[in-house]
Write a protein that binds this ligand. Structure first.
Ligand code: GUN
Ligand code: FE
Length: 441
């Protein structure tokens, strides 16, 4: 039976264009697709046959619908150390904390225990679509993919590839990395789940030889797969890449390997040179902005407006556990803060506001992952990937402002959205829909 949602709807169309319906409707078919959408709830009936049975879901005055959060960059195996070990910059952090932890995912019992929580936690926080890094292990990472399938989340899942500059207990040789990647893709494809797909995942240029990166790019090309990696996150890392690959820029290294495609997303991109931006534009390659992680590891301030002004697609990533929260809401706040900080030194910088940031957290993420034909916002023909927000129980006391005039319904709705963004949390996300199914338990 189709569902008809009636009530307040916030729907980003672009960085600075939003539908803000105070009495809108969305009709969702049995198979989870948006059949009709509009700003006047009285018109929903025009979009179904007179005798077609429908379930009507009328939102309360404190509720609204918005598109689901897209996490463009998150490391599943790093969840056990979330909030820990953020006292070192990137390369030290990887060696001291992250590689030792990730190496433990050859234990499939441990992997299953962690990944059940990873998917459950991201869903609880409103992530309808995530691009996951697993570990080097094929079987362990398959467990992560199966968990996304089981819990109904939309996901890209990557077996991480690394064949150099990693400790002996957590490194592959080139042939192994390639054959295990092929095995991984085959196994995910055999799951035959339309929501969960493999993504080619060279960890970063420091830990991958040019040979390996070229082979991985070939696999991605031949199977038309997504690619994810890290780029230009930390100054020592960039120096290391220059030492390893000659005086090329970081982006030139990936471009030479064939890894910069229109289905590639690179995380961080904090310190890109101008010439590198041109390579992103030419290749239509996207960027995952991970402000919490960049702050925690002291990596630097990524200027998102600089990237957007070139037409580069940018989504948000929690980058757990460089990032200290599994919630994209947290990235929304950090993205605005970083933008404010950039403006301290650059009066021409246009500060990212909460609506811009919601776009980055939803539709822009889907665009950056080249999946905006299916998800990211509400549009007829797309899947219904949505959050039902209720600000009735705000975690921070909701005290009415005494004012002469009560705000208009339109202004009141925008205030609700602001309260959710600035003071809300997972408790306000009462339902999480992927392809029409509520997957929040
Ligand atoms: N660069 C290479 N690996 C990683 C990782 O796990 N996290 C972050 N933030 N950067 C990386
Ligand atoms: Fe990362």
């Amino acid at each position: 039976m189709s569902k008809v949602f009636i009530g307040q709807i916030f729907n980003p169309q672009s960085f600075d264009n939003f539908d803000e319906f105070i009495d809108g409707f969305i009709i969702v078919t049995d198979d989870g697709k948006i059949k009709a959408y509009g700003n006047d709830s009285k018109k929903w009936k025009e979009n179904v046959d007179a005798n077609e049975p429908v379930e009507i879901i009328k939102l309360s005055k404190t509720q609204f619908l918005m598109p689901g959060f897209v996490d463009c960059h998150i490391h599943g195996p790093q969840f056990p150390q979330i909030g820990l070990g953020l006292d070192l910059p990137l390369l030290g952090w990887l060696n001291k904390y992250t590689f030792p932890l990730e190496s433990k995912y050859n234990d499939e019992v441990f992997a299953a225990k962690v990944y059940e929580k990873v998917v459950n936690t991201t869903i609880r926080n409103g992530t309808t679509f995530a691009s996951y890094f697993g570990s080097n292990h094929t079987n362990g990472t398959i467990i992560l993919a199966k968990e996304a399938v089981k819990q109904g989340q939309r996901a890209l899942v990557g077996k991480v590839c690394s064949n150099q500059n990693c400790p002996a207990f957590y490194i592959e040789n080139t042939d192994e990395s390639i054959s295990e990647t092929e095995k991984f893709i085959k196994q995910i494809t055999e799951l035959k789940n339309e929501l969960v797909k493999p993504i080619i995942t060279p960890r970063f240029a420091v830990s991958c030889s040019m040979d390996l990166m070229k082979s991985l790019a070939e696999i991605a090309k031949s199977k038309n797969l997504h690619i994810q990696s890290h780029i230009s996150e930390n100054l020592d890392e960039i120096k290391f890449v220059k030492e390893l690959f000659g005086e090329k820029t970081y982006s030139e290294v990936y471009d030479e390997a064939g890894l910069m495609t229109d289905k590639t997303i690179m995380a961080h991109a904090v310190h890109l040179e101008d010439s590198e931006l041109n390579l992103f534009v030419k290749n239509k390659t996207s960027i995952a902005h991970c402000p919490s992680s960049n702050n925690n590891l002291g990596s630097g301030r990524c200027n998102v407006q600089r990237l957007l002004s070139k037409g580069i697609k940018v989504g948000l990533g929690t980058d757990v556990s460089g990032g200290n929260s599994p919630s994209i809401l947290n990235e929304i706040l950090r993205a605005m803060e970083v933008s404010h900080h950039i403006a301290f030194n650059d009066s021409k910088h246009k500060v990212i506001n909460f609506k811009n940031a919601i776009y980055l957290a939803t539709l822009a993420g889907a665009e950056a992952l080249a999946m905006d034909n299916v998800t990211g916002n509400f549009k007829v023909g797309k899947d219904f990937d949505a959050l039902l927000i209720d600000i009735d129980i705000l975690p921070i006391v909701n005290i009415e402002i005494p004012r002469e005039e009560t705000p208009s319904p339109e202004a009141n709705f925008i205030e609700m959205i602001q309260k959710f963004i600035y003071t809300g949390d997972d408790r306000n996300i009462i339902k999480v829909f992927v392809k029409g199914n509520n997957i929040k338990k």
